[in-house]
Structures are given as structure tokens and as C-alpha cells.
Write a protein that binds this ligand. Structure first.
Ligand SMILES: [Zn+2]
Ligand SMILES: [Zn+2]
Length: 896
């Protein structure tokens, strides 16, 4: 007796650490637990969270990201899918080098140690990853395929080398891609201005895919609209017209064309100057014998560079100089002055524009400043009275009609653009064209900890690719890393000095390494065949998991909307063109989770508001920590961390534990299996408390299932489960729970024998089904606790293979509902009616209601007249009875 009681008491206390330690051990021993099947009759499902950079410790943002993916993976497993849910490490990159300098630890050692630590954290949190497919991008078995792909790109002319002006972060001591410059600063060093330098660099010709990258965004309805918009803007397609202005009085007519790019050729008769970027080739010629002009142009260049460095080139104070020369507008033969201006950029369009002050904001501002002519050539259309009135300048909309434009007068803007582009093409001085903002991807980095670019430089043969059989080009160890003096690999003579595979003579090895975004551009394909040592992956395996639509669900931060998600789309299209895969896009659906903040601010060491996942797990357990990240708000929104919230979840888990553990032993003793209790649970014709609980259960199953299939509002899923648990407590324990001020459920009252009826009697088989379903619903959110309770209930095998709960849609509906009844807009009664009652029934029920009748009688008695029901309006959740008072006599006659 005493030992039994003690055991009973122990069982009633939720001890997360004990439960989680127990299952952690068991899961560790079962290496195939989360393995994807390579051959399966089940449908496939590939769910992926973005792989982390191994900084050394997970932060809460990671936990949230992985908790979302893990809940989905578990749900899909329970729905009998063959699930691929892998994890890996984006493990090249600068912090490893900085750590090496600071702590005198080689980057490889530092990185692998961090990976081990973070992997242990992930396992402790119970994330269901297939570790047999782990990918570590800094190891040669992975990066050799970066090199292989690079050679393929080179062979196809998609990797090339050119000298160009590049973004240089002095803190990183390396080049940055355009995408890595944020407001003029380094993406890693928000306080460090990016400088411009001239360097020989390797580029990938991503612009070959500009049109397709843009067009296919329309075929990704499963991606957040904000991500698609960001990508559209980044690709920046603009349709326009190229028009050649001849330099007036040119001695060398062949090389004296100024090609301008304009999106509004319809306004060209209003062009009153041509504006060149200071770096435009013609400028050098025009200033050759004019030192004064040269000096002024140099000043403009300096201003432009400065503005670029602080990142507000669009905000630059506009300056220009008149060259004293003229260009000839080919549409009307008019001579217009040629200016050089600091706000014209050489890398946008052609580096030359026509200036139309009347119809362009910037041109207007410039013309006012320098007193240039402003000529109206578009009038607003609409009311003929109004069109006579000159518009306020600049008039920039397309809702207009051409004037002062020769043969094009009277055309609307859109028609004119087409006609005038055709006119230019026919007469050989221009054509319609499309330009993109997207530039080729500069991938050379002057850093050590990255994939060596597999290229050689031979005096005789020039640039030569390393033969495939010689891959990988191994990144040497024991390299002296400093952040000055160029690529660290350049100081390793054994690395630099190589043999030319073509002529056998000496060759110099490329010493730059690849941008680490190369690593993450294709890593998810490697997961499908991670141990392949003769190819990046087998096409057949990738095709099985990617199908023709890509990863079923990809989950990560919105900060990757441009960089990673454009590069990996490009890489996918390139691999498709190589014939390696069939899909056009890497992922069919993308979900971007919200950030985690605390006290209204981003978590950061300097603010001291960082919440460590380890602390939370130690304090509340992995289940509470994970479940809180899903419960606090919907996953797409910003989450403001509250330790009290985690505590609330822990209390909820304790209640679930108490509810089930108290009954589990006796229920398990019955020894029946799911094929007995499940039909009992689904039974049509339950009555009384069983029917109430069945309805609540089915409503909960429906809610959670709908949330998984729909918008992933796991906060409402978990709330629904809490509601179910409350109903079970009321029925079985006679305890009433209510939400406290923080939204957590707290015991509000206990019904005693004096105050109420005895607890409901629920038949054992039915109860067992109820509790088993509750555990199944908990499994995606709190896997440790769910597994413990599943075992307690005497169920066998992994919860991952236990079928997801069902519900009978006809038994979900409430049978009766409470319906307020108003008389002339004032609430007078509440009636109980069947949930699906037809309108006539509602009308009759309202009019038959005692309180409604009494109200009407009272109205009649209080005046000398007759109360007549004029109408009964049945709104969605409310009935309103409209009563009219008529005086007796004349109206009685009318009424009859
Ligand atoms: Zn930097
Ligand atoms: Zn050679």
C-alpha cells in the first residue's frame, strides 16, 4: 500500500528532466528512427529548415525555426509520408578566421568543435533529423563538388574573370557581392562603410537567367509575397528604349555616338539636355584638352564615390557641368547641350540619359538648379476643359497625350512608346530593350576559410581549369591568417606553385576562395545522396525527393530573401540545364518565420537580453521551450520572449501529465489496442458527457489538422488542445480552469460534493481513446512527453509511425447553440436552438419564447395601442424582433 501510494504520487509529478533524459537515451540508440526511406511505397515529403552557421551555440531564433519544421515533419510522418528531414552546417566563412586570429585555434578545429556542440543541443531539444545525411560544407567531401560545379560553369562560359570595381569591406578584408552591401555598409559590419576597389574577380553569369528568375516568381504561389516582391525589385527589370544621339561637330563620327537608355521615349521631344556619367568614355575625350573641365569632372567623381560609400546615391546633392558641346536628338534634329552629372551612374543603363525636366522628377530638379529649358510635351487626358490647363510640373504619369512632338502628336503615352521605339529601329538610331538591375555574381573572396577556386594560371596557356580527376583542390592547413596583404593562400608556396595540366610547365594556382553563398546554393540536393563520392548526387535520388516542384516545404529567415534564395534559384536552373535535375525551382513552398525579440528589442549581448536555449532547457525542459516558441504567437510574427510564458507551458504540460499518468496504468491493464479503442471513440450515437467530450475532441483534431494544412497558426492549435484538456479536467476531476492575466490556464474552482454532482463516469475504452488521441495531438509539439505518455498508455512503437488522429466531420458540429434575441434592438432573451435550425424554426422559437412574449405584452400595456410584430430578422448569430406600436382604431382597420 505505502509503496503503491508513493509510486502513484511520483507518477503524478511532471519531471521533464527525467522523462527527456530517458527518451534521449533511447532515441540515441535507434539510429534509424528519423531515417528517410530510399525506396518507399509511401508518398514523399521533403521538409527542410535552413542550415545554420556553426557559431558555437544555438540561439532562440534557431530553436523557433527548427521547432516549426520539426512539428511539420512529425505531423507528416504520422500521416504516413516518407519524410526527409535533414540538417547540416554552413561552415565556411569569416568568423572562423577571426576566431583563429583571436584564440590561435585553426579554423577547422574551431568549426568542428562548434558543430559538435550545436549538434548536441539539437539532439537535446529532440529535433528529428536524419543525421546519416549530415552535410558539412567545409569538408572536402562537400566542397570538391563546389569546385566541380565551378568547372562546369567555366566550361559553359558562366564563370568568367574580369577586372571591375568591387565592394570592399575593410573589416572583412575582402570583396563583397552587391547583395552583401546593405545601405552602403557591410552586411556583417553594419557600422563599416564599404569601399570601392578595382580588382580582377571571378563572376558567375547569373544575369543569363535574369528573365527566368523574374518570370518564375509568378509560379511560386507557395512563397511569401514579400519575398517575391523583394526578388522582383532586386532583379529590377525595366523596359525601355535605346536612342543614339550624335555628337555635334565630331571629327571622328564613328566613335561619337551617345546611346541613352530611357523608359519614357514618348517624352523625347521634351529633352533639353543629355547627361553623362562622369566615367562615361566620351567624357574623357571631351575633357582631354580642357583642364578646367577635367578638374570639375574629377570633383563629380569624388562626390559620387563618397555618396556611394555612405549608401545614399539616390539622395546625392545633384551637381553637373556643361561640356559646351551638343548632341543631336535624332527624332527632331535638335541640338541639345551635353552635361556631365554626379547622379548618373555608369553601371546603370548606358551611363547616359536624356534629360526631360517637364516630365521627370530628377531632371526637373536639375533643370531648375541650372536654369535649363523646361518644355512640356505631354498633357493630361480626361475632361477636354481640363486638358487645356497646363499640368503642375513635373508631370510624370503615363495618363497623358503627346503635344509638341511632331508626327507623334495626339498619341497616348503607351502607344507613343511603341511607335517611337519602332521608328528608331526602322531608322537605325535605336530600339526597344530590356535592362536589369541584377548584376553578375562576384564570387572571389580574398579569404582563407572557403572553397579554393580550382583554376590555374599558366604563362603559355593562360587560365586553365584543374582537371576533374585532380579534385578536390584541398584547402591547406597551418596557414598564416591575417586580415592584411591579400589572400592568405597566396603566402603558401606549396599551394600556389602547381603544374599546368596542358603544357606541364609551371603554373600559379588561384588563391582566392569562393563566396560561402556558393556552399548554400545547392546543399539541399546533397542531402538526397550525401555520401556519394563520385558525383555531387545521383540524379535519380534528387529527382525522387525534388520531383518537378522542389522541396515540399522550406523554412527560414526572411533575411535570406535576396542572397541565398536568388543564388539557389540560379543554381537550380543551371543544374536543370546540365540535366542533373528536373525541377525549375528549389522549393515549392517557402515559409519565413518571425524574429524573436525580448523587451521590445532584438536579442543582443550588448543589451543583455539574450535568452539561451540551454538555460531554458535546463530550467523547463526541451518540450516546454519548443512548445512556447510555437505557442507565443503565430510563427510568421515577431515573438517577444517572456520567461513566464515558458512557465505557463510547463504548467500545461504538467496538467497533461497528471491527467494521463493518473489513469494510464489501469487503462493500460485492459490491454486493448488501437483497433478496439479507436472505433469506440469514433462511434456515432454517443450520449451525455461522452458525446460532449467526443465533440470537443473532434473539434480539436479538426482545428490542429486544419492548422497544419493551412496557415500553421500553431498558437491556435495549442490553444485548442488546452481547451480540450480543460474540458477533460472539468469532466474527470471537476476542476475548473480559467485563463490568468498572461493567458495561462490556472485552477479557478473545484466542484465539491456539496456544490455539485459527482464526477462524470466515462467508460474505460472510450477514455483510453480520448487520452491516446490527446497524446497523439501533443506529439508534434512536445515529443518527449508525448512519447512517455504513449508508453504509459501501453501503446507500442514510435509515435512517428502512429497514425494521426481522425475525426468525423458530422460529429464536429455543436448540436445546440445559444442564440440571443432582441426586441427592437434590445437584448431580451437567449434561446437554445439546434445548431443547424432553419430560419422558420428560429423565427418561431423567438416568438414563442416566454421572455419575448412578455416584452411585447408589456409594450402593449404601457401605451394605448396594439403591438404588432412587423418583422423577425435572423442574422448570423442573433435574432431581432421588430415590433411596431399602432393606435387602436383606424390602424386596426388598415391591418385587417
Ligand atoms: Zn565586413
Ligand atoms: Zn600551360
Amino acid at each position: 500500500m505505502t509503496s503503491d501510494t508513493r509510486e502513484g504520487q511520483n507518477a503524478a509529478r511532471y519531471d521533464a528532466q527525467r522523462i527527456e533524459a530517458k527518451w534521449f537515451e533511447r532515441w540515441e540508440q535507434d539510429s534509424s528512427l528519423y531515417s528517410a526511406e530510399s525506396h518507399s511505397t509511401r508518398r514523399k515529403y521533403y521538409v527542410l529548415e535552413m542550415l545554420p552557421y556553426p557559431s558555437g551555440a544555438l540561439h532562440m531564433g534557431h530553436v523557433r525555426n527548427y521547432a516549426i519544421g520539426d512539428a511539420l515533419a512529425r505531423y507528416m510522418w504520422m500521416n504516413d509520408y516518407n519524410v526527409l528531414h535533414p540538417m547540416g552546417w554552413d561552415s565556411f566563412g569569416l568568423p572562423a578566421e577571426n576566431a583563429a586570429i583571436q584564440n590561435n585555434t585553426p579554423p577547422r578545429e574551431w568549426t568542428l568543435r562548434n558543430i559538435a556542440a550545436m549538434k548536441a543541443q539539437m539532439k537535446r531539444l529532440g529535433f528529428a533529423y536524419d543525421w546519416s545525411r549530415e552535410v558539412t560544407t567545409c569538408l572536402p567531401d562537400y566542397y570538391r563538388w563546389n569546385q566541380w560545379f565551378f568547372i562546369k560553369l567555366f566550361e559553359k562560359g558562366l564563370a568568367y574573370r574580369k577586372k571591375s570595381r568591387v565592394n570592399w569591406c575593410p573589416k572583412c578584408a575582402t570583396v563583397l557581392a552587391n547583395e552583401q552591401v546593405v545601405d552602403g555598409c557591410c552586411w556583417r559590419h553594419e557600422d563599416t562603410l564599404v569601399e570601392q576597389r578595382e580588382l580582377e574577380q571571378w563572376f558567375l553569369r547569373i544575369t543569363n537567367y535574369s528573365e527566368e528568375l523574374l518570370r518564375d516568381l509568378d509560379r511560386l504561389p507557395g512563397w511569401p509575397e514579400k519575398v517575391r516582391t523583394m526578388q522582383r525589385n532586386w532583379i529590377g527589370r525595366s523596359e525601355g528604349t535605346l536612342v543614339d544621339f550624335k555628337l555635334d561637330g565630331a571629327t571622328d563620327p564613328a566613335n561619337s555616338t551617345i546611346t541613352v537608355f530611357t523608359t519614357r521615349v514618348d517624352t523625347i521631344f521634351g529633352a533639353t539636355s543629355v547627361q553623362l556619367a562622369p566615367q562615361h568614355p566620351l567624357v574623357a575625350r571631351l575633357t582631354k584638352h580642357n583642364d578646367l573641365l577635367r578638374g570639375e569632372v574629377d570633383q563629380l567623381i569624388a562626390e559620387q564615390r563618397k555618396a556611394r560609400e555612405v549608401g545614399d546615391i539616390d539622395e546625392i546633392e545633384k551637381h553637373g557641368v556643361n561640356t559646351g558641346r551638343y548632341g543631336i536628338n535624332p527624332y527632331n534634329g535638335e541640338k541639345v547641350p551635353i552635361w556631365v552629372a554626379n547622379y548618373i551612374l555608369m553601371d546603370y543603363g548606358t551611363g547616359a540619359i536624356m534629360s526631360v525636366p517637364a516630365h521627370d522628377e530628377r531632371d526637373y530638379e536639375f533643370a531648375r538648379k541650372y536654369k535649363l529649358e523646361i518644355r512640356l510635351v505631354i498633357l493630361p487626358v480626361g475632361d477636354p476643359e481640363e486638358t487645356a490647363v497646363e499640368p503642375k510640373l513635373p508631370f510624370t504619369t503615363m495618363q497623358g497625350m503627346l503635344v509638341n512632338s511632331g508626327r507623334f502628336n495626339g498619341m497616348d503615352c503607351e502607344t507613343a512608346i511603341k511607335a517611337m521605339s519602332e521608328h528608331a529601329e526602322k531608322n537605325g538610331f535605336g530600339k526597344a530593350t530590356v535592362t536589369y538591375r541584377l548584376k553578375d555574381w562576384g564570387i572571389s573572396r580574398q579569404r582563407y576559410w572557403g572553397t579554393p577556386i580550382p583554376m590555374l594560371y599558366c604563362e603559355k596557356d593562360g587560365i586553365v581549369a584543374v582537371p576533374e580527376k585532380d579534385l578536390p583542390v584541398i584547402l591547406p592547413e597551418n596557414v598564416d591568417i591575417t586580415l592584411t596583404g591579400g589572400s592568405p593562400l597566396g603566402r603558401v608556396s606549396e599551394f600556389v606553385n602547381a603544374t599546368c595540366p596542358k603544357c606541364g610547365g609551371p603554373a600559379r594556382r588561384e588563391t582566392d576562395t569562393m563566396d560561402t553563398f556558393v556552399d548554400s546554393s545547392w546543399y539541399f540536393y546533397r542531402y538526397t545522396d550525401a555520401r556519394n563520392d563520385h558525383a555531387p548526387f545521383e540524379s535519380e535520388k534528387a529527382s525522387y525527393w525534388f520531383g518537378d516542384r522542389g522541396i515540399d516545404q522550406y523554412i527560414g529567415g526572411v533575411e535570406h530573401a535576396i542572397l541565398h534564395l536568388i543564388y539557389s534559384r540560379f543554381w537550380t536552373k543551371f543544374m536543370r540545364d546540365m540535366g542533373l535535375i528536373k525541377n525549375d525551382e528549389p522549393a515549392e513552398r517557402l515559409f519565413t518565420q518571425g524574429m524573436i525579440i525580448k523587451g521590445g528589442a532584438k536579442m543582443s549581448k550588448s543589451l543583455g537580453n539574450v535568452v539561451s536555449p540551454d538555460d531554458m532547457v535546463e530550467h523547463y525542459g526541451a518540450d516546454s521551450t519548443r512548445m512556447y516558441t510555437l505557442f507565443a504567437t503565430s510563427p510568421d510574427r515577431e515573438l517577444d520572449w517572456q520567461d513566464e510564458g515558458v512557465e505557463g507551458i510547463e504548467r500545461f504540460l504538467s496538467r497533461v501529465y497528471r491527467l494521463v499518468s493518473k489513469r494510464a496504468a489501469s487503462l493500460a491493464m485492459q490491454g486493448t489496442s488501437r483497433d478496439v479503442w479507436e472505433p469506440r471513440l469514433m462511434m456515432d450515437g454517443a450520449v451525455g458527457i461522452e458525446r460532449d467530450l467526443q465533440r470537443k475532441l473532434f473539434q480539436t483534431v479538426k482545428r490542429v489538422t486544419d492548422d497544419f494544412k493551412g496557415r500553421w497558426h500553431f498558437n491556435t492549435s495549442i490553444s485548442a488542445i488546452m481547451g480540450l484538456v480543460n474540458d477533460l479536467y472539468l469532466a474527470l476531476e471537476q476542476e475548473i480552469y480559467e485563463k490568468d492575466i498572461r493567458g495561462a490556464d490556472k485552477l479557478a474552482a473545484k466542484i465539491t460534493q456539496e456544490s455539485g454532482p459527482p464526477p462524470a463516469q466515462v467508460e474505460a475504452e472510450f477514455l483510453r481513446g480520448l487520452l491516446a488521441y490527446l497524446v497523439l495531438l501533443m506529439a508534434p509539439f512536445a515529443p518527449y512527453l508525448a512519447r512517455e505518455l504513449w508508453e504509459m498508455l501501453g501503446e507500442q512503437g514510435s509515435l512517428l509511425r502512429a497514425p494521426w488522429p481522425k475525426y468525423d466531420p458530422t460529429l464536429v458540429k455543436e448540436e445546440v447553440v445559444q442564440r440571443p434575441v432582441q426586441v427592437n434592438g434590445r437584448l431580451r432573451s437567449v434561446i437554445t436552438v439546434p445548431a443547424d435550425a432553419p430560419e422558420e424554426f428560429l423565427t418561431k422559437a423567438a416568438l414563442d419564447d416566454v421572455k419575448v412574449k412578455a416584452t411585447i405584452a408589456h409594450m402593449e400595456a404601457s401605451i394605448a395601442g396594439k403591438a404588432k410584430v412587423k418583422a423577425v430578422i435572423n442574422a448570423k448569430n442573433l435574432t431581432n424582433v421588430v415590433v411596431q406600436i399602432v393606435s387602436t382604431g383606424s390602424d386596426a382597420k388598415k391591418g385587417s
